[in-house]
Design a protein around this ligand. Structure first.
Ligand SMILES: [Zn+2]
Length: 73
């Protein structure tokens, strides 16, 4: 995926996927965030997490990039 500056005069940013689809953003920072959250495989960046609350232990896997919860234990 890559960010391209739209040249239609409106001044928007377009994130183009490898599969040809695209998404348009007004702000470059929004486009960058979208890219960051989508241009990776969450499972390939899975990080184990573990914490204790109310005497119960929670653990599982979450994405180290976007923080998406992948699996609870
Ligand atoms: Zn992710």
């Amino acid at each position: 995926m890559e960010i391209v500056r739209c040249t239609n005069g409106v001044g928007v940013w377009e994130v183009v996927s490898d599969n040809g689809s695209s998404q348009v953003f007004d702000l470059r920072s929004d486009a960058e965030n979208f890219l960051k959250n989508n241009d990776h495989d969450c499972w390939e960046n899975a990080q184990p997490y573990e914490f204790e609350e109310h005497g119960r232990r929670y653990h599982g896997w979450e994405c180290g990039i976007c923080g998406k919860l992948l699996q609870t234990g």
